[in-house]
Design a protein around this ligand. Structure first.
Ligand code: DP6
Length: 344
């Protein structure tokens, strides 16, 4: 390794994803292994994304991270697991332009600084942890010249937050629950890329940007412990639905896609109500929307068949919830599906 003065930096940008067949429930809390497969659509990074810069320098004496400008602790198991796993994959780095040479073995003693920024409300049920951990792992992989492909990286991002594994790809993505005890086969694969069904328009109706009261982690733990409906869903319902959803996506069959997406969102919220104590993620405004999928928060994700349908839907939304008044609905995020972008 050369002198102490250098800093190597990489910046990456990763969009969030919205599940159309939901992940809800873990069979292993530490490795973050789910009780069922799930499928999501990755959003356009222009609207809901995390931008993360990672830096390494021999002058850093500890790993540190800043989220939206505020320093946060990296002592939690999820961050530690991601950092350990990605360090284990680090390779030699040679940056001739800057005169930096890092040997594989040097990474054990080098520390990183991470600055991450979300362009949307954190922890309001808009999958901020998904974009956050996917971006962190992706950026660190570039920094450390790790050779893993995006599916292999997804298995690392998964250990930060389950849904993060699906943000390593654009388009429609499936998280395969896997069978292995060590979680090595629990990873994300791309079903189709963002061009496959590019007429779809996704509208996110932000009815509340407040931090949700029950985190997904706590909520799903309680559901696993107390909901019989969750057991039935994971064993009987989701396996069939996954196959049907894959077909609907492959054939661009909007009727089946919409029916399955709504049914799965409804069942997920039914599981939340079947949990003891019950979890309420939607508020009254959510129920008034023509909402078609809700994550662990009150915000509606509406998926329109094409731009014409999206325009009509927006006209209705703007009529009922004019943004100029102090209505609950205070912003619109419209995005075509898009891909993970390396801005480094
Ligand atoms: C409702 O991935 O946030 O959005 O793995 O505990 O970090 P942890 O949970 P998280 O849960 C997301 C749940 C969901 C459904 C989904 O995205 O599939």
């Amino acid at each position: 390794m050369a002198e102490k003065s250098w800093v190597r930096m990489v910046t990456a940008q990763t969009p969030t994803n919205i599940a159309v067949i939901k992940y809800w429930g873990k069979r292993d809390e530490t490795l973050i292994l789910p009780v069922n497969d799930s499928i999501s659509v990755t959003l356009d990074p222009a609207h809901l994304c995390t931008t993360t810069t990672v830096a390494v320098s021999p002058s850093f004496d500890q790993d540190r991270m800043w989220l939206n400008g505020k320093e946060i602790s990296l002592s939690g198991g999820r961050y530690q697991n991601c950092l350990r796993e990605i360090r284990a994959q680090a390779c030699d780095v040679e940056d001739e332009e800057k005169g930096i040479k890092i040997a594989k073995k040097d990474w054990e003693n080098l520390h990183v600084h991470v600055a991450s920024y979300n362009n949307f409300p954190t922890a309001a049920g808009l999958a901020s942890s998904a974009a956050g951990f996917a971006c962190l792992v992706f950026a660190l992989a570039k920094l450390m010249n790790a050779k893993e492909d995006n599916s292999e990286l997804s298995a690392i991002a998964r250990q930060g937050s389950g849904s993060a594994c699906r943000s390593l790809f654009g388009g429609f993505v499936k998280w395969i629950m896997g069978k292995a005890e060590d979680g090595s086969d629990s990873l994300a694969v791309q079903l189709v890329d963002e061009k496959h069904w590019d007429e779809l328009v996704i509208i996110i109706a932000v009815v509340s940007s407040r931090q949700k009261e029950t985190s997904s982690t706590t909520g799903m733990r309680d559901s696993v412990d107390t909901s019989l409906l969750l057991q039935h869903r994971a064993k009987e319902v989701v396996p069939k639905r996954i196959k049907q959803m894959e077909e609907a996506i492959k054939n661009r069959d909007f009727g089946s896609f919409a029916q399955l997406t709504c049914a799965d969102s409804n069942q997920f919220h039914a599981v939340c109500l079947d949990t003891c104590p019950p979890i309420f993620y939607m508020n009254d405004t959510s129920h008034r929307q023509v909402a078609y999928t809700f994550d662990a928060g009150p915000n509606a994700v509406l998926i329109a068949h094409n731009r014409k349908a999206a325009t009509q839907l927006l006209q209705k939304l703007l009529f009922y919830f004019p943004p100029s008044s102090d209505a609950d609905l205070n912003s619109y995020v419209i995005g075509d599906k898009s891909i993970l972008k390396d801005a480094g």
